[in-house]
Design a protein around this ligand. Structure first.
Ligand code: KIV
Length: 297
């Protein structure tokens, strides 16, 4: 029995989209952390569903991505993969799951494919991660790189700051990008760097770049879905474009439900199950006002 999905997006297909001439060929990436969101976003025709460790902040309420564990990422990745999307499923390797050496990194990356159904993993960091990326790729696990503002390094970076603002930082970013390209990444996320630096890095490597706050010249763009949907409590970053106000929609729906319950209009007869006709007479008797006793406490 064939289990292939019509038009399934693969890492080779993503890799081939480098420098695509038409803007319609730009790579489109969004985060997903659960089954229904993965299904809906896949129907919208995007290329990659990224199970980002941003889930620690936008879904679990942490201040940073650092508390997110391997088990949490596996749990959410499996939910996304169950949508059997056409889009490529990429799982973020969380803090400390690849920092302790190539053997741990390969074992942990392998769990995303073997147990959770991911098709690739993402690793943050540049030259210092090249050996780890090489080891994971050698185990036939495709790796997406991530440089610039790398949120797992928030403490080392002194906060969520735009990177690549001095010439030496720009040269370091180029060296990082080339080291990851050499190590075998199939794509590279560029986060929080000036637009022209995003253009420079994009020009310098043969793999597609996917920008988030890295300007329009990248080969693709990624956003955190909760930002795009207006479903966060904090002010959006400069690069976020909102396409919905889900927070307001949810507050409104909850308020109207509360009004209907308190006002007695919910549930209506149509929203209630009828009793079988043969019970009606007996229920009439038992529900008669004189038959109703005080509820037991
Ligand atoms: O965790 C995440 O969602 C990410 C993207 C913002 C690239 O790493």
């Amino acid at each position: 029995m064939s289990r292939s999905i019509q038009g399934k997006i693969t890492v080779l297909g993503i890799r081939a989209r480098k420098g695509a001439p038409g803007k319609q060929d730009k790579l489109v990436v969004l985060t997903a952390y659960d089954y229904p969101t993965a299904r809906a976003l896949d129907q919208s025709g995007i290329d990659i569903l990224l199970v980002g460790d941003s889930l620690g902040m936008v879904v679990l309420g942490h201040d940073t991505t650092l508390p997110v564990t391997l088990e949490v990422m596996l749990h959410h990745t499996a939910a996304v993969a169950r949508a059997r999307p056409r889009a490529l499923v990429v799982a973020d390797m969380p803090f400390l799951s690849y920092h302790t050496g190539p053997a741990d990194a390969v074992r942990h990356a392998g769990r995303f494919l073997q147990e959770a159904g991911a098709e690739a993993v993402k690793v943050e960091g540049g030259r210092s991660r090249a050996d780890i990326v090489r080891a994971i790729v050698a185990a036939d696990i495709p790796v997406m790189g991530h440089i610039g503002l790398t949120p797992q390094a928030v403490n080392a970076l002194g906060g969520y700051r735009v990177q690549g603002k001095t010439l030496s930082q720009v040269d370091a970013l180029l060296a990082d990008a080339r080291a990851l390209e050499q190590a075998g990444v199939f794509a590279l996320v560029l986060e929080g760097i000036p637009a022209r630096v995003g253009a420079l890095v994009t020009q310098a490597v043969s793999v597609p770049t996917i920008g988030i706050g890295a300007g329009p010249e990248c080969d693709g763009q990624v956003l955190v879905t909760h930002d795009l949907l207006g479903f966060t409590s904090t002010a959006p970053a400069r690069f976020v474009r909102r396409y919905a106000d889900l927070n307001a929609a949810i507050v409104d729906a909850g308020r109207r439900f509360a009004e209907d319950v308190r006002g007695g209009s919910y549930p209506s007869e149509r929203e209630s199950y009828p009793a079988p006709p043969e019970l009606e007479a007996e229920l009439d008797t038992r529900l008669a006002p004189e038959a109703v006793t005080e509820p037991r406490r």
